[in-house]
Ligand binder design. Structure first.
Ligand code: FE2
Length: 204
């Protein structure tokens, strides 16, 4: 039985944070990161269907989208050896690793006509959180750091990220190409069935 209450509480707290400080990116990072860390340090709530890898490519499952599209929460599932292209986000984002490990390669803002040089690589392990945005650094490559098993990370973005027009970049020329990621699930998991809680309260 998954601990769905944990995710409901995360969504409630993050919604309150965005209500209060939605336009204040430093505040969202500062106050949102502890919420995300608490979520990823307790790996007892993610529905199994949102942790299924694919041999084709990494998977991005939508877990929750704010009704006003001020933020969204997704699970990323990486099979062994899988990686993203060089890409941006155009909005703030926090990437928290929950299972396995991810490798992040950072890039400076691409200049058209110039090849892209990786300016640093780091490993993110369970409980670790990376930040991205046009302000703090928005271009990277993320890959599964493990060769023999999947990794899973939980991401929060300042928009309905699957519907954001963003870019992938050609490493040789820096040329951008528009892309919209979408989601790999057509149905969002039900974190909202609290009937058993209510029945227990009635019986008590
Ligand atoms: Fe990314």
């Amino acid at each position: 039985m998954k601990n769905l209450q944990r995710f409901r509480e995360f969504v409630a707290r993050f919604t309150a944070l965005v209500d209060a400080h939605g336009a204040d990116e430093p505040r969202i990072f500062a106050d949102g990161e502890p919420l995300l860390r608490e979520l990823i340090l307790h790996d007892d709530w993610l529905p199994d269907e949102c942790a299924v890898p694919s041999p084709e490519s990494y998977r991005q499952y939508l877990l929750h989208c704010d009704p006003l599209e001020r933020f969204s929460v997704v699970s990323f599932v990486w099979g062994p050896g899988q990686r993203t292209p060089i890409h941006d986000h155009t909005v703030w984002g926090m990437v928290g690793v929950m299972r396995g490990a991810e490798r992040c390669e950072e890039y400076a803002d691409p200049l058209r006509g110039e090849s892209l040089a990786c300016r640093g690589t780091h490993l993110v392990e369970p409980g670790g959180i990376d930040r991205v945005s046009p302000t703090v650094g928005d271009v990277h490559v993320v890959s599964n750091a493990l060769a023999d098993r999947p990794s899973v990370s939980i991401h929060v973005y300042g928009a309905n990220i699957g519907a954001v027009r963003r870019h992938v970049f050609d490493p040789a020329s820096g040329a951008p190409r528009d892309f919209v990621s979408g989601y790999h699930n057509a149905v969002v998991p039900n974190f909202w069935d609290r009937a058993d809680d209510v029945r227990r309260s009635i019986a008590a």
